[in-house]
Each structure stands twice: as C-alpha cells, then as structure tokens.
Design a protein around this ligand. Structure first.
Ligand code: DOR
Ligand code: ZN
Length: 346
C-alpha cells in the first residue's frame, strides 16, 4: 500500500481569489500547495481589459505573504464589447493566459457576460489566430431549461456551434459535471480540454439535498446524479491528458451562503490536495494524480511543468479548519463528509 507520494507541484487551472480582505485571507490557502492558478475575472466590476488584469495581478502579488511564491495566470472576462486588440496585446505581453466566457446570468457576477454569441465572433476568431484559450462556463441560462440539464444543452446549442464556426479555437470546458461533458471532450481533439473540480468528484445532488439542504455544497454548475459523478471520477483518474484540475474554489462568507438566496461556491483551496489523494486512492489511481494535478494543465496551456515537488503522506485523520476567518467574515471550508488521511507534508 502506498503511504507517500511525491509529485510535481500542482497548479489550479480555475480559481476564484476575489479581492481586498477576502483575497488577503484566501490566497495563502492556495499558495501553500499550488505554484500557479488561472485566476477567474468575475470581480465587481469584472476584469475586462488588459490594464484591469495587470492591476489585479499586482494586488494578488501584494497580498502574498512573505516567503510564499505563487504565479497568478490572469484571464479577461469576455463581454460583447471586448476589444480584440487590447486582448491580443495583453496576451502578447505574457500577462493574459485565457479569456473567460460566462453566459450572461449563469453564475456569480455574470451579468456582464455574453447574451448574443454573434457579437463575440470576431474576438473568438482573433483568439483562434493567436492561440489564446477560451475558458467556458458551460451552462445555458434559458429559464425553461432545467438547471440539471443546462450543461448538456449548452454543449449542443452553444459550444459545439462555436467550435465548428471557429476552427483552431482552443477551449477549456470549465468544471464539467456530467457524463455528457466527459463524452464531448473525449470525442474531440486536443484543442478541447476540461477542468474538473475536487468537490464534483466527491458530491452528487443527494449530498446537497437529502436530509436537509446543505448550502455549503451548493455550487454552479450544480452537482448532478451519481452516474455523472462516477463519469467524472473515471475521466479524472483515466490518465487522459485532456482532463485536469481546476478547483473552482469559490469563497463566500457564511452570511452570504446561509441566506434566503445563498451564493454558489465551494471553498476547497485548503484541503483539495488531501481530498484528491483520497479520491485517487479510492479509484486505485494514485499514479494518475500527478498527471491530473500537475502535468496535463501545463500541457494544455503550453507552459512548463513546475520543477518543485510536493509530498503527500498517509497517516492519522487529517484535521482541517471548519472555517477560515477573513476581514469580510468567516468562510466555511468544504467538508467531504468522510475522514481523510492524506497530508501534504512537504
Ligand atoms: O459555484 C460557483 N461559484 N460557480 C461559479 O461558476 C462561480 C463561482 C463564484 O464565483 O462564486
Ligand atoms: Zn468558477
């Protein structure tokens, strides 16, 4: 039985760091284990231009505690007014590594997102030309589409047409939650990848709704049926290079989660690597963890893998804080609902 595992230092290919006091509190939780992360741009107001991304990057680096290293990989928030030249310049300078597509109304702070996909066609064509990846929140927002079907419908109605209309566009389907997402990735080429979160490998919709509603398990896309969770586990542990870790760690304060209209997001930054080791061990695939967390993402983004390593060790039950305190209020750490024995020890 494996009790210790050393892997290249992982990266998080989908992360919400927020800003201000929240950023200050949550950044060390990621920087402790991760070398780099793709930083989501859904601030208020959103990060839409190169100079916004540069200023946000500076704020992130200023919030990094002494002695920690971390490289934020910045993204721009795609709007119907995105300036293709500004975007291309931000990419050419090395600042911006991806552009994020939120369908308007899909999730937290997505009001500036895209309603009419024809309006972003020129920007998408420019991205294909310069090799700048598009990160997609893959859910339709039409009121008549059931929330549990929104990812599958998005693939058929939006994603596939966009990809067919924009040859060469490199796309990451963010936080896939369904077997439909897995199958769509597998049926296509290496211009299409997908991130998978830690929490979607652990919870299904019963965890969210049976025996009382669990606001801390509410995220978007919402967790689906068990068969979908199993499909995600199979994909993540398969060794297929098109699947890689994007935690979507998305902190909200407890008052904002525990309200009449609670925010979507699971805060998994503190315990993600321990949870992943648990999941991959359960699947008999500890040897695939390094690919998923540390190798496949850099390969997709055409970045070097990290030279440092981390070591995970199996031992006594790991203790994680229930909450972390932030200047904005407490943020509850994702509780997997089972004991975890893996520790990041080096
Ligand atoms: O659960 C989520 N939280 N899903 C998202 O797409 C956004 C995120 C957030 O920003 O809180
Ligand atoms: Zn997200």
């Amino acid at each position: 039985m494996t009790h210790s595992l050393t892997i290249r230092r992982p990266d998080d290919w989908h992360l919400h760091l927020r800003d201000g006091a929240m950023l200050q509190a949550v950044l060390p939780e990621t920087a402790r284990h991760f070398a780099r992360a793709i930083i989501m741009p859904n601030l208020v107001p959103p990060v839409v231009k190169g100079d916004h991304a540069a200023a946000y990057r500076d704020r992130i680096l200023a919030a990094l505690p002494d002695g920690m290293t971390f490289e934020p990989l910045m993204t721009l928030y795609l709007t119907e007014d995105t300036d293709a030249e500004d975007m291309a310049a931000a990419h050419a300078s090395g600042l911006v590594k991806a552009v994020k597509l939120y369908p308007a109304g899909a999730t937290t702070n997505s009001a500036s997102g895209v309603r009419d996909f024809d309006k972003v066609r020129g920007v998408l064509e420019k991205m294909a030309e310069i090799g700048l990846p598009l990160c997609v929140h893959g859910e339709v927002t039409d009121a008549e589409i059931d929330i549990f079907d929104r990812e599958a419908v998005f693939i058929d109605r939006v994603l596939d047409p966009i990809r067919k209309a924009t040859p060469g566009l490199r796309v990451v389907m963010e936080h896939i939650t369904t077997s439909n997402g897995v199958e769509y990735v597998k049926a296509n080429d290496t211009d299409l990848g997908a991130t998978i979160t830690t929490h979607h490998l652990i919870i299904n919709r019963n965890h969210l709704l049976v025996g009382g509603i669990r606001p801390h398990y509410y995220c978007l896309p919402v967790a689906k049926r068990e068969e979908h969770r199993l499909a995600l586990r199979a994909a993540a542990t398969s060794g297929d290079v098109r699947f890689f870790l994007g935690t979507d760690s998305a902190p909200h304060t407890d008052p904002n989660k525990l309200s009449d209209c609670g925010c979507a997001g699971c805060f998994t930054a503190p315990n993600t690597m321990s949870l992943l080791a648990h999941v991959f061990e359960e699947e008999g695939a500890l040897d695939k963890l390094e690919g998923f967390a540390s190798l496949n993402g850099p390969a997709f983004y055409k970045l070097p893998v990290n030279s440092e390593t981390i070591t995970l060790t199996k031992g006594d039950v790991a203790e994680f804080p229930d909450k972390i305190e932030t200047g904005d209020g407490p943020v509850t750490v994702f509780d997997p609902g089972f004991p975890v024995h893996w520790h990041v020890t080096a």
